[in-house]
Design a protein around this ligand. Structure first.
Ligand SMILES: Nc1ncnc2c1ncn2[C@@H]1O[C@H](COP(=O)(O)OP(=O)(O)OP(=O)(O)O)[C@@H](O)[C@H]1O
Ligand SMILES: [Mg+2]
Length: 144
């Protein structure tokens, strides 16, 4: 949540963040932090069954998507590009299921849940200079 919050303070309109990792790895929890960083005071609920939830009362709109249910296709019918090109920040859980729809620049966050102590390991990869800059500001390779 803390890392999400830091990143939430730095993102801009049109930014896309994709989250990958097993069920329960912490993707929605990270998004809750990101929403805090965007000054959104609504409760972030997992969009697993709705696929997309929008939050409009923060510094920027947040489009929170969970495309797990599109495992067998259907991503191209959702109009994701309109969200990605929109005025808000898009966060996509299970984005590997809509890989073809992703823009050229995005931030990739992979979550790994360790057996020991229920600890999460996050790997952040910037695709594009804007996200490289954001990662530099949150401390690059620093262990959190
Ligand atoms: N760093 C953490 N330490 C301990 N518990 C955590 C951590 N991150 C998440 N959790 C807990 O793990 C559970 C699942 O987290 P979360 O819903 O964020 O996972 P998810 O990756 O979004 O799962 P899904 O793929 O089902 O959407 C929640 O109860 C959450 O509170
Ligand atoms: Mg989730």
């Amino acid at each position: 949540m803390q890392l999400g919050q830091q990143i939430g303070k730095l993102v801009m309109a049109g930014d896309v963040i994709v989250l990958s990792g097993d069920l329960g790895a912490g993707k929605t929890t990270f998004t809750k932090g990101l929403a805090l960083g965007l000054d959104i005071d609504e409760t972030i609920k997992s969009p697993t069954f709705t696929i997309i939830r929008e939050y409009q009362n923060g510094r920027l709109p947040l489009y929170h998507m969970d495309v797990y249910r599109l495992e067998n296709g259907g991503g191209s019918d959702l109009g994701l590009e309109e969200y990605f090109d929109g005025d808000g920040v898009s966060v996509v859980e299970w984005a590997q299921f809509v890989a073809d729809e992703l823009p050229a620049q995005f931030l990739e966050v992979s979550f790994e849940r360790t057996e020991i102590d229920d600890v999460r390991r996050l790997e952040l990869i910037a695709h594009g200079p804007h996200f490289e800059q954001i990662l530099q500001q949150v401390g690059g390779n620093r262990e959190q």
